[in-house]
Design a protein around this ligand. Structure first.
Ligand code: SAT
Ligand code: MN
Length: 612
């Protein structure tokens, strides 16, 4: 089978023959090749041999280096360009036909104008490079919400990462071959190579565009090779495009982690929790409970797709197959399961390297090594005064390496969701945990959640930002319509009497001298225990303007190094703070405008009323 007109694509390496008969796939690949003029085309099959070839190519190019095989088998370290280290929300666009559909939380661009801009940027943008065709599945084979994409990219680093983060290659092409619809994703680092020109270790372009066309289900990304900017199965597809699909088709695509919790008595609960990037989803997903007899098993750490099943219950899967986790702060004390997961077969990005060829980052261990090579590739000592690992440095590793992975993680039937948790990083105002009064009130808590900024995206770290459903940068349509969609799903679940309980948590509350009041990590099981008591109807609560709070005696606090005053402080709310917060939430609603559901306006008014 000929893939392309030979005149269009100069052949540096032999083309692999695509094993698809789908004319739409062949046309897509041919069109993009004609536009971007790569030196070669490689169809990814997802095989081990292919993976090894791509990794060797990356080593040869200086993008990654192999770590010491005795210390970290089959693992690699990538150092990105210093200007390409996180998602770029200011360069991320939703190009819906109407501006209103993008809503106030997104950057909107006219689709025709954006297509014209992209047409210019992508013209010959892959010159001198190999263009990889990366078919990938989001979700296990056979789930009702599993979807397929094809990412075309000129970055072998993206290929290696997508191979870990998704079910990539032949497995996805087979689903397409069987007739599935698929999402178009086009990615270029935007750094064409002239004949004979030497490459840089991390090709990228100062001009960046991360663009989404929700109506035609397309993604075009230019200029960055980092994380969610470039691994287009993740935020771009599994959240921005999938949320638009989910709205149209009646399901949910959310920025959540998913766990299975088992109590000593054998009570099982599946909990989906939404927190903004770098607020502890991965730590929660891999929690090692400090209370005896409890287990937490991991289903996912970043994205959950949920649907209403034939029995009217909410079910969820994790569409991903790997973790792209924040390295700094991950250590044997904070997340031993992650540390065990990272024993080998891991691609690290922007962490520091030890002199014996292993990795290191802030928070991994005490004592701090006396000498390192930092994320920029510079010699580093504790006196350097700069972080050795970039604050948004990452590990990329397959879920099946995780010792706490639940056996259901790959089950197409997913799991029944018993509880939904929202949370953010708040020094004040929000208590340790509160249970929503109703589904509508729970949607209000999700819609109005706020969090202090982290290094996962550009912006001033620490600044408080409203981040509805932890989806502010990820909802591919109008945020108010997203809230209506949640209310609508709630009505469907109410019909079968199976609405999950909704909670809001805050692990990050501080006392007046700035130190954290709650130990967090494995001790968060104490909060989960209260939630499961609530699910089983075993425990009461005290009312507050923002919902039901545990009473002091309801939470197992023994064994904690915590004063009664501190416990009291995290389990109570201050009416003045809640009132101020509800007023600020009202400002958010005013900025969203007429798409805010009336039910949420009522919840806002009720919150203010209860503060008096
Ligand atoms: O870079 S990613 O978007 O994949 C990580 C994150 O921000 O959660
Ligand atoms: Mn995330």
């Amino acid at each position: 089978m000929t893939l392309l007109n030979a005149a269009d694509v100069p052949t540096a390496t032999p083309h692999r023959v695509p094993e698809t008969t789908r004319a739409d796939v062949l046309a897509f690949v041919a069109d993009i090749a004609r536009l971007t003029k790569p030196a070669a085309i490689h169809w990814c099959d997802g095989s081990l041999a292919e993976r090894e070839a791509v990794l060797s190519e990356l080593v040869a190019a200086g993008t990654i280096e192999k770590l010491n095989d005795d210390l970290r088998p089959n693992s690699y370290l990538a150092r990105s360009d210093e200007s390409d280290v996180a998602r770029v929300e200011s360069r991320t666009f939703i190009c819906s036909e109407s501006e209103k559909d993008a809503g106030p939380t997104n950057n909107w661009a006219d689709p025709d104008e954006m297509r014209a801009t992209l047409g210019g940027l992508f013209t010959e943008s892959m010159r001198g490079r190999t263009m990889y065709v990366v078919p990938f599945l989001m979700g296990p084979v056979g789930s009702p919400v599993t979807r397929v994409g094809i990412e075309i990219t000129d970055s072998p680093y993206v290929v290696a990462s997508m191979g870990i983060m998704t079910r990539m290659g032949r497995i996805a092409l087979d689903v397409i071959e069987a007739g599935a619809d698929w999402v178009k994703a086009v990615h270029s680092v935007g750094a064409p190579l002239e004949h004979g020109e030497a490459d840089v270790a991390w090709p990228s372009n100062p001009t960046k565009y991360i663009t989404h066309f929700p109506e035609t289900r397309e993604i075009w990304s230019f200029g960055s090779a980092y994380g969610g900017n470039a691994l287009l199965g993740k935020k771009s597809f599994a959240l921005r495009i999938a949320s638009a699909m989910a709205r149209d088709e009646g399901w949910l695509a959310e920025h959540m982690m998913l766990v299975k919790v088992t109590s000593p008595e054998g009570q099982i609960a599946h909990i989906a929790a939404a927190f903004p990037s770098a607020c502890g989803k991965t730590n929660f997903a891999m929690m090692q409970p400090t209370l005896p007899g409890w287990t937490v098993e991991t289903l996912g750490d970043d994205i959950v797709w949920m649907w209403v099943d034939d029995d009217g219950r909410l079910r969820g899967i994790n569409p991903e197959a790997g973790f792209f986790g924040v390295a700094p702060g991950t250590g044997m004390k904070t997340n031993p399961v992650a540390m065990q997961t990272l024993w080998g077969n891991t691609l690290f990005t922007n962490v520091a390297r030890t002199d014996d060829g292993d990795v290191w980052w802030e928070g991994m261990s005490k004592p701090v090594p006396q000498h390192l090579t930092d994320w920029r590739g510079q010699s580093w000592t504790p006196e350097s005064g700069t972080p050795a690992a970039h604050p948004n440095s990452r590990f990329t590793v397959a879920i099946d390496q995780c010792p706490s992975a639940a056996s259901e993680w790959n089950d197409p039937r997913g799991v029944v969701i018993d509880a939904i948790v929202f949370g953010g990083r708040r020094s004040d105002t929000m208590p340790l945990v509160v249970e929503a009064r109703s589904w509508e009130h729970g949607v209000y808590l999700g819609a109005t959640m706020a969090s202090e900024r982290t290094a996962a995206a550009e912006g001033v770290v620490g600044e408080l930002r409203r981040d509805p459903f932890a989806m502010a940068p990820f909802t591919g349509y109008n945020v108010g319509d997203h809230w209506s969609h949640w209310l609508h799903i709630g009505e469907r679940l109410a019909a079968s009497g199976t609405q999950p309980h909704i909670f809001h948590v805050n692990w990050f509350r501080r006392d007046s001298d700035g130190s954290f009041l709650w130990p967090g990590f494995g001790d968060n099981i104490r909060v989960v225990q209260w939630m499961m008591d609530r699910l089983a109807g075993r425990v009461g609560a005290s009312d507050s303007p923002i919902g039901a709070l545990p009473r002091l005696g309801d939470l197992t606090l023994d064994g904690l190094d915590m004063t009664i005053e501190a416990a009291h402080q995290i389990l109570t709310v201050d009416s003045d703070e809640i009132r101020a917060d509800a007023r600020d939430a009202h400002n958010l609603f005013a900025s969203v405008g007429d798409t805010v559901p009336a039910a949420l306006m009522r919840e806002n008014a009720r919150t203010l009323q209860l503060c008096d």
